[in-house]
Design a protein around this ligand. Sequence first.
Ligand code: DGT
Length: 128
Amino acid sequence: MADLVHVVAAVIQRESRYLITRRNEGTHLAGLWEFPGGKVGAAESPEAALRRELMEELGVDATVGDLVEAVTWTYPEKTVRILFFSCALAGEPRPQEGQEMRWAEGPALSTYAFPEADRRLVERLSHA
Ligand code: DGT
């Protein structure tokens, strides 16, 4: 697979709620809700990439924990390999890019529109 894009995303839970953000206009899959994260840089570890993305997107440091789910998904334009890690934030998240942010109850997660790649995880968390 020549065009495999490595992506990391954070599952951030507080009590029964999960942190989700909405992809801004002008991005791939704009308007869909997601677990915050992004592409892993060439010389970066997945954990370092996720901490960087959380700082860039939400202005907060984080501790990266266990791998929760790994998904490979092929879009017409690219294939992404997404690693979802459980993360604990070191402070209050504040959207840095004007993106919408919600703390969604587990069972309500399935009422948000997520990328298809997230379906299995969303299903899992909404029944947890
Ligand atoms: P950029 O500005 O293009 O370097 O963007 P990054 O590094 O913020 O990465 P992004 O968010 O565009 O790339 C993540 C890719 O993974 C994108 O094609 C959408 C896809 N994706 C599917 N589900 C999720 C998810 O739950 N979270 C994130 N962050 N990406 C997801």
